[in-house]
Design a protein around this ligand. Structure first.
Ligand SMILES: CCCCCCC/C=C/C(=O)SCCNC(=O)CCNC(=O)[C@H](O)C(C)(C)COP(=O)(O)OP(=O)(O)OC[C@H]1O[C@@H](n2cnc3c(N)ncnc32)[C@H](O)[C@@H]1OP(=O)(O)O
Length: 719
């Protein structure tokens, strides 16, 4: 809807009304068309102001309408009518002007923004382009290089940057609507010839060909197969090289291809999934809207290794007071230096003062007595963590939440070391903890809803996308990673190379293939876990028996590399070779080739040709199959939780929508059929055995992903 009022005698004020962000739904578009017509037809009205209700100008087209039959007036002629108006139209921008919202403002003759407003064309992040004239008007207004940057990245700019770029004409700290009305009165009757952006020539550039070639190369490199950034460059090129009307035709054509693409569906699913995970629930039935978080003003981090340092930085940067505890004197000194550097660099990037005074360092665990919440980040060793939890429980004040950054150990066992197990939850950060957006909040059987609510709320405060999950080995992310890694090793045994496996996964859209990623994380990390699990044997037997552990197929390849001191990038050797320890450029290693050949010969393994399809199907479908088991077990409340975890923590390509969404796009019947096929070929690999839930979904006609929860509920009620 849009409300029309007359203010100051001669200004028609149009207020968009569609909370919370005044998205351009069919009703809002109809409201704008009607009220603009009315303002233009009333002789007393000399100028018009468009604003949004409740401090938000407009969050763009209504994403919920995409994929529906999209009735109501289309945006392009609506904005054209505003630009063609003979009375000046001023956009009063408070809060946000994003996507179609900014395109609407670009159709106005003047733009006045509040200093706290944010503007941008984020359509590319939804798999689209700014198809309401944005790709044609913005380059004409601010030049091609700046427009390319905004349109291909979708980044939001502050009002100050928007003023510098020339997107807005004025910024104000006062009431934006009042300022805009005053301004509208002052320009009433003035010529609008120079105010219609569509009539501007696109600012020339010394070498458009080179500029667009460089832009295309950049998006190809960073897009990892996403098509929208490429279309954005093509549309801006049209603005630079064609008259406005032809440019608009090109924009429409490109949008038509994107609009119905699977990538757009995936990215729009991601948008809503990211918001859905905030409405968490526990398997007990406790929920986000009935569980209150407790305030956390002061926190402590125990253990200042890589993870602890990142966590301390994330907390301090969000304004919390932090006690950073490290009992090893030398490590404490090093950590203090490292954390100071991280805070200083972060502050420089953001143009703020480093939060150095927010952290106090201590070698003594007793110094956490007055904090509200503690995050333990000591070495990943159950006995050590149990000891720390016992100590913490004895020293902290009543009501202090005790959290662990374990990446997969049993939360319940740690909770049982404390006097108040209901205050214990997992807060699983991802490295580097001050950068990576994901936080898995893990509840055990005794964790209270308040503890979960508090950890989720803290996650939000420090800028994380937090997902509440149940307690099991590896939680959601690492539990699903296990079969993925396992398949990659089996593929090497059967004849593939690390380069081949990585290439298939990188072409799929992962930033790094599984072997390059393992080299980066360090092969010794998993080795230690496998040793603790009794999977690593020093027994050098050969043949099939040597590759069986606990009754299932097992590949000792990773263990054998570690025995050679090949821990990945940090030692300069892993699945690849590197120029020197710490170097990041991975090169194929002839040593590894020989090693694999000898290994296969020793174990009597027959090499066969493995194509990209098999690599993708075995790695991804085994991971997805585990995702279905996780849903079946109630460890994740819905597929969105899993997808968000994979997109924000494991670099799953967003334009594929997360593993569970990807499965729904491939077709559940197809995933099931391929798993059955591979399981028949590898009956000693349980991760290829199709899960009950997958079978059930297929038996129920493969419902769309938003209906899976119903099937899961039914499945749980039958158990
Ligand atoms: C052939 C047809 C062509 C037509 C299209 C022409 C070209 C135009 C395209 C577009 O405009 S696409 C949309 C572009 N806009 C965006 O991408 C903005 C998306 N929104 C945001 O980034 C954020 O929501 C925000 C506006 C910055 C606000 O953030 P905040 O953290 O304050 O709140 P949220 O929790 O994110 O959102 C609150 C609530 O509002 C819903 N919502 C937000 N934006 C939209 C939208 N554009 N359409 C529909 N719904 C929107 C969001 O889902 C939340 O809902 P709930 O989770 O509370 O239900």
């Amino acid at each position: 809807m849009a409300q029309y009022t007359r203010v100051s005698g001669s200004v028609g004020l149009i207020t968009l009304q569609n909370p919370p962000v005044n998205a351009l739904s069919a009703a809002v578009r109809q409201g704008i068309v009607n009220t603009v017509q009315r303002a233009l037809s009333e002789p007393e009205v000399k100028s018009v102001v468009i604003c949004g209700q409740k401090g938000a100008f407009c969050g763009g087209a209504d994403i919920k309408e995409f994929g529906t039959n999209m009735s109501g007036p289309p945006l392009v002629p609506m904005i054209h009518a505003i630009e063609s108006a003979v009375k000046p139209v001023v956009a009063a921008i408070e809060g946000v002007a994003l996507g179609g919202g900014l395109e609407l403002a670009l159709g106005c003759h003047y733009r006045i923004a509040h200093s706290k407003a944010r503007l941008g064309l984020p359509e590319v992040t939804l798999g689209l382009l700014p198809a309401a004239g944005g790709t044609q008007r913005l380059p004409r207004l601010i030049g091609v290089p700046a427009a390319l940057d905004l349109i291909t990245t979708g980044r939001h700019v502050t009002a100050t940057e928007a003023l510098q770029l020339g997107i807005v004409d004025q910024i104000t700290d006062h009431n934006t609507v009042d300022v805009a009305v005053k301004f509208a009165l002052s320009v009433a009757g003035q010529s609008l010839d120079s105010r219609r952006i569509s009539s501007y020539p696109c600012p020339r550039h010394s070498d458009f060909d080179a500029l667009f070639e460089a832009a295309m190369q950049k998006v190809h490199q960073s897009a990892r197969g996403a098509i929208a950034p490429v279309a954005c460059v093509q549309a801006v090129r049209a603005a630079a090289t064609l008259p406005y009307s032809q440019g608009m035709e090109r924009e429409k054509e490109l949008m038509a291809t994107l609009f119905t693409s699977g990538q757009a569906r995936a990215l729009q699913y991601c948008f809503f999934a990211q918001r859905a995970v905030g409405r968490w629930s526990m398997s007990s039935g406790a929920r986000w809207d009935t569980s209150k978080p407790r305030p956390v003003h002061k926190a402590a981090v125990i253990g200042l290794g890589t993870m602890g340092r990142g966590i301390a930085v994330a907390l301090a940067q969000a304004g919390l007071s932090v006690v950073a505890v490290e009992t090893q004197e030398k490590q404490l000194i090093e950590a203090k230096q490292a954390v100071t550097g991280m805070l200083e660099r972060g502050a420089k990037r953001r143009g703020v003062t480093p939060a150095l005074d927010k952290i106090t360092y201590s070698p003594n665990i007793q110094n956490v007595a007055d904090v509200d919440l503690i995050i333990e980040a000591v070495f990943e060793d159950m006995a050590l963590k149990e000891k720390v939890f016992k100590q913490l429980s004895a020293v902290c004040k009543p009501g202090t939440f005790l959290c662990t950054n374990t990446s997969g150990l049993d939360i319940n066992r740690l909770a049982s070391q404390t006097c108040n197990p209901e205050l214990v939850v997992g807060m699983h950060f991802f490295a580097p903890a001050h950068v990576m957006k994901l936080l898995e909040v893990v509840y055990g059987p005794r964790s209270s809803p308040h503890a979960v609510a508090t950890a989720m709320h803290l996650g939000k405060k420090i800028g994380k996308v937090s997902v509440a999950v149940g307690n099991c080995r590896g939680f959601v992310g690492n539990r699903m990673l296990k079969p993925y890694l396992e398949q990659a090793l089996f593929l090497l045994e059967e004849g593939a190379t690390p380069e081949q496996v990585d290439q298939a996964l990188e072409e799929f859209g992962f930033a790094m293939g599984v072997f390059r990623m393992s080299d980066l994380s360090g092969l010794d990390v998993g080795w230690r876990v496998r040793k603790a699990d009794g999977l690593v044997t020093s027994d050098a037997t050969t043949g099939q028996q040597a590759r069986i552990r606990q009754g299932h197929r097992y590949s000792p390849l990773g263990d054998l590399l570690c025995e050679q001191g090949r821990f990945g990038q940090k030692t300069g050797r892993g699945w690849y070779q590197y120029d020197k320890p710490g170097s990041r450029v991975a090169k194929p290693d002839p040593w590894l080739q020989n090693f694999l050949e000898e290994y296969r010969a020793r174990h009597g393994l027959v090499v066969r040709r493995i194509d990209h399809q098999e690599v993708l199907e075995r790695c991804l479908y085994s991971l997805i199959n585990e995702g279905f088991r996780i849903l079946e077990d109630g460890i994740a409340a819905g597929p969105e939780d899993i997808d968000v975890i994979y997109m924000f923590g494991y670099s799953w390509p967003r334009h594929r929508g997360g593993p569970m969404f990807y499965a729904s796009m491939v077709g559940l019947a197809r995933v099931l059929e391929r798993l059955e096929y591979y399981h028949q070929a590898h009956p000693d690999v349980p991760s290829l055995h199709p899960s009950t839930l997958l079978r059930k979904l297929v038996a129920n006609g493969s419902p769309p992903i938003h209906k899976w929860r119903e099937v899961i509920k039914k499945l749980h009620s039958q158990l």
